[in-house]
Design a protein around this ligand. Structure first.
Ligand code: THU
Length: 148
């Protein structure tokens, strides 16, 4: 039996969704808006943006907000590709260390080297990475002796 073909987005389309999400960030303290779009293995997509707080340390990153939505919509173990866009100039926005660790959690659950497409805020530059590149020798659920 033939399985239905899954329609996946292009990197540009996923980046465009991350850019739309960044426009909905709540970042009045840093003025650094970040958007994230996550695609599942079956082509479902969720988005998130950073949300800051007057109590600065309570701010939430775009990737963490999108990963929470991903868990609710299709499960962390189905995460396949992530687009991140942030800032307003030509500097490419890569996930911070904490977000890399959060992405590693999904990657180890799904046993995939999750792709991370990173873009600059001004739309001039995009580069692709994998979580294995961004957090080599990482510590994740696979290191614990209990099933995730
Ligand atoms: N930020 C993210 O949302 N994701 C990252 O990976 C890097 C940083 C947010 C946190 C804060 O609201 C603002 O960008 C400046 O650090």
């Amino acid at each position: 039996m033939l399985l239905p073909k899954v329609e996946l987005m292009t990197d540009e389309e996923l980046i465009a969704l991350a850019r739309e999400a960044a426009a909905k960030a709540y970042a009045p303290y840093s003025n650094f808006c970040v958007g994230c779009a996550i695609e599942s293995v079956e082509g479902e997509v969720v988005t998130g943006a950073n949300m800051e707080n007057a109590c600065y340390r309570l701010g939430l990153c775009a990737e963490q907000s999108a990963l929470t939505a991903a868990q609710h919509k299709f499960g962390l173990d189905k995460v396949a590709r992530i687009a991140v866009v942030g800032g307003s100039d030509a500097t490419i926005c890569t996930p911070c260390g904490g977000c890399r660790q959060a992405i590693l959690e999904a990657a180890q659950l799904s046993a995939r080297d999750v792709e991370i497409i990173c873009g600059s805020g001004d739309g001039s530059a995009v580069e692709g990475h994998t979580i294995g590149e961004l957090i080599p020798f990482g510590f994740g659920p696979a290191n614990l002796s209990r099933p995730a």
